[in-house]
Design a binder for this molecule. Structure first.
Ligand SMILES: [Zn+2]
Length: 65
């Protein structure tokens, strides 16, 4: 388990706040709170067992505990 918040919004390249549902892969995203880089966690799958799409901090996700 992780305590990381599953962010639904991010700042895109145009400095606009965007919702996860309308974003596309390959775009850079920034955290609205701390302005650090986000990565998009969005699998193509939907349905049972698939994780809800979200943004995560790039830095945090690279740390293995
Ligand atoms: Zn942040």
């Amino acid at each position: 388990m992780t305590n990381e918040i599953l962010y639904q919004y991010a700042i895109d390249e145009n400095k606009k706040l965007v919702h996860i549902d309308i974003v596309e892969k390959g775009t850079k995203f920034i955290c609205p709170e701390c302005e650090k880089e986000f990565i998009l966690k969005k699998s193509g799958k939907t349905g049972k067992g698939s994780k809800q799409p979200h943004f995560a901090h790039k830095e945090l996700s690279q740390i293995v505990l």
